[in-house]
Design a protein around this ligand. Structure first.
Ligand SMILES: CC(C)(COP(=O)(O)OP(=O)(O)OC[C@H]1O[C@@H](n2cnc3c(N)ncnc32)[C@H](O[C@H]2O[C@H](COP(=O)(O)OP(=O)(O)OP(=O)(O)O)[C@@H](O)[C@H]2O)[C@@H]1O)[C@@H](O)C(=O)NCCC(=O)NCCS
Ligand SMILES: Nc1ncnc2[nH]cnc12
Length: 305
C-alpha cells in the first residue's frame, strides 16, 4: 500500500534517549522470559506447553529485536508532524522487517510476534512524545499508541469477516475474532492497553509498595493478566472452554492470596503442570507483562530528556 504522507526530515531524537528506552524494552523481554515459574509459558524451568521453543530461542529472539527498537523510537520521533492515525502505515514495514529477523533468529518459531507489535507501538509513541516535548508517562504512551491504532480492529478484523470468511489467509487473530469476538493484540492496542494501565501496572506498583519481592510481584501480576485477558493464544489452543478454565484458575489463585511468599510458588508449579497437560499457553498475557514491566521502569525513572 502506498504511504500517503512521508514524515518530513526531522532533527533526530538524541541518541542517549533512544538508547535508554531501547535498552529498557530489551530488558523487559528478558525480565519476562527469565521470570520463573510461569504457568504454561517458556521459562528457566521448562518450555511450558510449547514443543517448538525454549529459553535460548527467546534470548536469541530478544537480541534480534533489540537492533530494531531504536528504529521504532526514531520513526515515532520523525513522524511527530503527521496525524497520529497516519503513523501506523509507516511503522508497519519496520515491524514486519523486525518480525523477519525474529523468525531468522529462531529458525521460524513465533517467539515474540505480539511483543514486537506492542513494543513497536509503545517505542514509536515515546519518540513522538519526545519530539512534541510532552511528558513521557505510561498513560500518555498508551493513549498515543491507541491513537496510532484508531480504526485498526474495524479495518483488519471486522471488515475481514465478510471478505475472507474461512480463508486460509486469515491470521489466528482474524479467525478468533470471527469465531469468538476476541480482538486480541489489535483490540488491546486500539483501546490504549486498559489491562495494563488499569489493572496490571497499578497491581504491580501496589505489590512493590507493600515490600513484596519484585519477582513474586511480577508473577502475581501475570496472574492478574491471565485472569482477565481474552488471550488469542489460549483460545487458539484450547477454544472458549480452555480460555475460561485458565481465567478461572488464575482468579482462584488470586482469591487465595496470590503470590506473596516463596512458599506460594508451589501453586504456580501446579498451575504450570495443568497448563502443560491441557496444552495452554498465555502468550498474549506474557506480552502484556513485558509491557507492564517496561512501563513500570519508565514511571520509576527520573530520566530527563
Ligand atoms: C497485528 C498482529 C499482532 C497480527 O497478528 P494476529 O492476527 O495473529 O493477531 P493476534 O492473535 O491478536 O495476536 C498476535 C500475537 O499477539 C499476542 N496476543 C494475543 N492475545 C493478545 C492480547 N489480548 N493482548 C496483547 N497481545 C496478545 C500473541 O503473541 C504472543 O504469543 C506468541 C506465542 O504463542 P504460540 O501459542 O506459540 O503461537 P503460535 O506459534 O503462533 O501458535 P502454535 O502453533 O504454537 O499454537 C508470541 O508471538 C507472543 O508474542 C499473539 O500471537 C501483528 O502480528 C502484525 O500485524 N504484525 C505486523 C507488524 C506490525 O504491524 N507492526 C506494527 C507495530 S510495530
Ligand atoms: N515466555 C513466553 N512463553 C511463551 N510465549 C511467550 N510470548 C512472550 N513470552 C512468552
Amino acid at each position: 500500500m502506498p504511504i500517503k504522507q512521508q514524515p518530513s526530515d526531522c532533527a533526530a531524537i538524541d541518541e542517549h534517549s533512544v538508547a535508554y528506552y531501547s535498552e529498557l524494552a530489551y530488558r523487559a523481554m528478558l525480565a519476562e522470559v527469565n521470570l520463573t515459574p510461569k504457568p504454561g509459558l517458556v521459562d528457566r524451568n521448562n518450555c511450558g506447553a510449547h514443543k517448538d521453543m525454549e529459553l535460548e530461542d527467546f534470548h536469541r529472539s530478544a537480541l534480534a529485536i533489540r537492533q530494531w527498537l531504536p528504529r521504532f523510537i526514531e520513526f515515532g520521533a520523525c513522524s511527530a508532524n503527521l496525524p497520529a492515525v497516519d503513523v501506523l502505515i509507516g511503522l508497519r514495514p519496520i515491524g514486519i522487517a523486525c518480525e523477519t529477523d525474529m523468525f531468522r533468529a529462531t529458525a521460524g518459531v513465533n517467539t515474540h510476534k505480539g511483543s514486537i507489535f506492542s513494543l513497536g507501538l509503545l517505542c514509536a509513541a515515546i519518540g513522538r512524545l519526545h519530539t512534541l516535548h510532552r511528558l513521557i508517562t505510561p498513560e500518555l504512551i498508551c493513549s498515543t499508541a491507541a491513537a496510532f491504532c484508531r480504526g485498526l480492529t474495524e479495518r483488519e478484523l471486522q471488515s475481514t469477516i465478510n471478505n475472507h470468511k474461512n480463508q486460509p489467509s486469515q491470521t489466528a487473530g482474524q479467525r478468533l475474532f470471527q469465531q469468538l469476538g476476541l480482538t486480541g493484540a489489535r483490540g488491546e492496542a486500539e483501546a490504549g492497553y486498559p489491562l495494563v494501565i488499569q489493572l496490571a501496572l497499578p497491581h504491580y506498583r501496589d505489590r512493590l509498595a507493600q515490600g513484596i519481592d519484585p519477582e513474586l510481584a511480577l508473577l502475581d501480576t501475570l496472574l492478574v493478566l491471565m485472569a482477565h485477558n481474552g488471550d488469542t493464544n489460549v483460545a487458539s489452543r484450547g477454544g472458549p472452554s480452555g480460555l475460561s478454565w485458565l481465567q478461572q484458575r488464575a482468579k482462584a489463585l488470586l482469591c487465595q492470596g496470590g503470590i506473596r511468599h516463596p512458599s506460594d510458588l508451589r501453586h504456580l508449579h501446579d498451575f504450570d503442570q495443568e497448563c502443560i497437560q491441557r496444552n495452554l499457553s498465555a502468550g498474549g498475557s506474557a506480552d502484556l507483562l513485558i509491557i507492564t514491566w517496561f512501563l513500570a521502569q519508565i514511571s520509576h525513572s527520573n530520566y530527563q530528556h
